[in-house]
Design a protein around this ligand. Structure first.
Ligand SMILES: *Cc1c(COP(=O)(O)O)cnc(C)c1O
Length: 355
């Protein structure tokens, strides 16, 4: 691991006082972590510095060809005031997998992880206290060559910023309505669906906007070839419960392998649920909702942990799932995973890093 230098801010910001108004990703802490890369030299100059603007040439390649990938993880405050991270090394490993697909360099995962810890420790007072709040951590890698030729860049910047975020659910777990997208697609096999690249989001924004205008909070993506099979939702993996049997789409290359997905599947097995990963036809899902066999639907992701789906709409057909209420499987898994993340339940899978 490389030595990380620290430059403290001389102008600390005023911290938000009302934690019920934090929202998501609007406020940033006093510091950030940066590290540079040059071909032939590798990653160098890892440093924690005061949070601030970048100055980049307009010809910087990330603006033109979009070599940009990111991660999302959180730091949680325990009841005793201590801080803990949840599976942060898995985020760094996933960033390296994203990087390879995008022609970007593998991350120096060890130094990045040490930088993340140093940054969070320095900005520890920014980790909010209220139930359900956390510090959202956003590692990002961008290409910084200055040229207009289409090539993998030779220079990159890795940075981490942090944002105190509010509870996703102020009044308990609230089911959302999801719009099944039948026109646009997000990813195809052989593409970048399994990476957390900025371009995947760019390609999804229009559909999300249209769904929002129709009153739905996110879109459910179908496969990019036949538009028949369930892939995932916006920034969440999708799961369905048939009583105590949980099914989720197989990781087929066009779906993001969520760390929450993996954690939920692991916990579900340990809690005695039956779990399977399958290719799921949306037509079957709709038939099973109608027949009452399918009892719950929910998304999984770092931001919301679990987001119950109370309604699905496809081509104008609207179906309510589980009476529009949160079901027992989603509630149990939410309570168990957040219990571990906030240090209220034992961490038998060794997922937590205490700071
Ligand atoms: C980040 C993300 C997820 C959720 O991944 P987690 O590791 O659980 O946060 C799911 N789908 C997409 C497209 C994502 O970008």
């Amino acid at each position: 691991m490389q030595e990380i230098t620290v430059t403290r801010t001389t102008q600390p910001k005023v911290k938000p006082t009302d934690e019920s108004k934090l929202g998501f990703g609007k406020i940033f802490t006093d510091h950030m972590f940066l590290m540079d890369y040059e071909a032939g030299k590798g990653w160098f100059n890892p440093r924690v510095v005061p949070y601030g603007n970048f100055s980049l040439d307009p010809a910087t390649t990330v603006f033109h060809y979009g070599q940009a990938i990111f991660e999302g993880t959180k730091c949680y405050r325990r009841a005793d005031g201590g801080l803990q991270l949840f599976r942060p090394a898995d985020n760094m490993a996933r960033m390296t997998r994203s990087a390879k697909r995008m022609g970007m360099p593998a991350l120096d995962e060890e130094t990045a992880l040490a930088g993340l810890k140093k940054l969070v420790e320095l900005d520890a007072d920014w980790v909010p206290h209220q139930d359900g709040t956390s510090l959202y951590i956003r590692p990002t890698m961008i290409a910084t060559d200055v040229m207009l030729g289409v090539h993998a860049a030779a220079r990159y910047l890795f940075f981490i910023i942090c944002s105190p975020v509010g509870s996703y659910y102020k009044d308990g777990l609230k089911p959302v309505g999801i719009y099944v997208e039948d026109e646009y697609v997000r990813a195809v096999r052989g593409g970048t669906g399994f990476t957390k690249c900025a371009g995947n989001y760019a390609a999804s924004i229009l559909a999300g906007d249209v769904a929002e205008q129709k009153g739905y909070s996110q879109v459910l993506w179908l496969d990019g070839v036949e538009q028949k099979y369930v892939e995932e939702v916006g920034s969440m993996n999708m799961m369905f419960a048939y009583g105590n049997h949980i099914v989720t789409p197989t990781l087929n290359g066009s779906i993001l392998p969520g760390i929450t997905r993996d954690s939920i599947l692991t916990l579900a097995r340990q809690l005695g649920y039956e779990v399977s990963e399958e290719r799921l036809a949306i037509a079957d899902i709709f038939a099973d909702i109608k027949s009452g066999k399918l009892t719950e639907a929910f998304g999984t992701g770092t931001a919301a942990v679990i987001s119950p789906v109370g309604e699905l709409c496809m081509k104008g057909e609207k179906l309510v799932i589980g009476g529009g209420q949160i079901g027992p499987v989603a509630q149990k898994l939410y309570d168990t995973l957040t219990g571990i993340q906030y240090g209220k339940l034992p961490d038998e899978n060794h997922w937590v890093t205490k700071l």
